[in-house]
Design a protein around this ligand. Structure first.
Ligand code: FAD
Length: 330
């Protein structure tokens, strides 16, 4: 019988990504209630040192799957590594972050395992009969569905970064580390990663940022994004954009938030000169606090935000930056 909750532990630049700790912390509560083990799975090359990071957030065991061919993330290599391990151990639940990697990897793994996958979830839990369920937005965030699973296992789900709260790490908690050898031949990986190019000075990826300052058509030009960058600097935020700003060529597509851009869930989302179209909201509606700066009192975003400032953003944003700078000095 399938048993155990597994979390795919994503890592980059030698660190386990925060979303892994968020999922482990919540999955720990579920594991305790149903009396199953909680395991993390780290896939890569020379990644054993990362295993120690998972125990303090609740993992009982960490499977470390290493192979030289897993040095870079590739869909095919990671799919094979994870699928082989899951087939061998048969966990009941398999979770990952709804990050670029998670969204690429999990559908393929689910297909190989012939099981279902709930994507982009905003919560996980147990129902009254201790059955695992997830919560996910539907219709571009207009409604939320509680989704149960059929008997196929593992029950798979990807969870948005920043929606679950990580427990304070208990450093006295150590997980058992299990090294797993995986056989991968060059033929298994058809697409080769030639080079990873980082954009100079890029802040935390939008999907992981805790604070985002976004600009829309109201910014009126690429050069005006400078004032958002200054606000982002004092808030330690990442800058995003609406599709209108991206289509105008002011920002990159990788910086677009929304239905056809990135789905983000920061603690704070500051929308500047953005009207609040449903397609934009689909990408940021689960943000904990939404602040809107817009000069049109009728703008739709004022019906969707926690705090609204109805004024010219070119007056408000520099003032806000100045005031936050002052507060930080005190
Ligand atoms: C299939 C599909 C997918 C889409 N996907 C996305 C997506 O992923 N992301 C996305 O964002 N959109 C998406 N869109 C487009 C979406 O419908 C809207 O057109 C877009 O979000 C509008 O962007 P905006 O709010 O920046 O511009 P507008 O709607 O033009 O709003 C600009 C706002 O700026 C305000 N403003 C102007 N000047 C100032 C000032 N000086 N001070 C303060 N406020 C000011 C105005 O009052 C206005 O409210 C999609 C559309 C479709 C059909």
């Amino acid at each position: 019988m399938a048993k155990g909750i597994w979390v795919f532990a994503e890592h980059s630049d030698g660190s386990v990504r925060k979303v892994t700790f968020e999922i482990l912390s919540e999955a720990r509560k579920i594991a305790d209630k149903i009396g199953e083990e909680l395991c993390a799975v780290i896939v890569g090359n020379q990644v054993e040192a990362l295993a120690d990071k998972c125990g303090p957030y609740g993992a009982d065991k960490v499977y470390v799957v290493e192979n030289e061919m897993l040095n870079q993330y590739t869909t095919e290599g990671y799919t094979k590594a994870l699928t082989d391990l899951v087939k061998q151990h048969q966990p009941s639940i398999l979770l990952c972050g709804a990050t670029v990697t998670g969204k690429d990897l999990f559908p393929r793994v689910a297909a190989r395992l012939e099981t279902g996958l709930a994507v982009d979830c905003t919560d996980i839990g147990l129902d009254d009969s201790n059955q695992f369920f997830v919560k996910r937005p539907m219709y571009a965030g207009k409604a939320y569905a509680e989704v149960g699973f059929s008997d196929a296992t593992p029950k798979m789900a990807s969870i948005r970064p920043n929606v679950l709260i990580p427990s304070p790490p208990d450093e006295s908690r150590k997980a058992e580390v299990i090294k797993v050898a995986v056989e991968i031949s060059p033929d298994d990986i058809k697409a080769k990663v030639v080079e990873v190019v980082k954009i100079a000075g890029e802040k935390l990826d939008l999907t992981e940022a805790e604070v985002i300052v976004s600009g829309g058509r109201g910014m009126k030009g690429q050069e005006n994004f400078k004032i958002l960058e200054e606000l982002a600097e004092v808030l330690n935020a990442t800058v995003g954009a609406s599709r209108a700003a991206v289509d105008a060529g002011w920002k990159l597509q990788s910086e677009q938030v929304g239905q056809t851009g990135k789905v983000v869930s920061p603690n704070l989302y500051v929308a500047c000169g953005i009207s609040g179209a449903i397609q934009h909201f689909a990408g940021m509606g689960t943000s904990k606090y939404i602040v809107a700066i817009n000069k049109d009192p009728e703008a739709v975003i004022f019906g969707k935000c926690d705090y609204g400032i109805c004024d010219d953003l070119f007056k408000v944003v520099p003032k806000l930056t100045e005031e936050i700078k002052k507060l930080k000095k005190d």
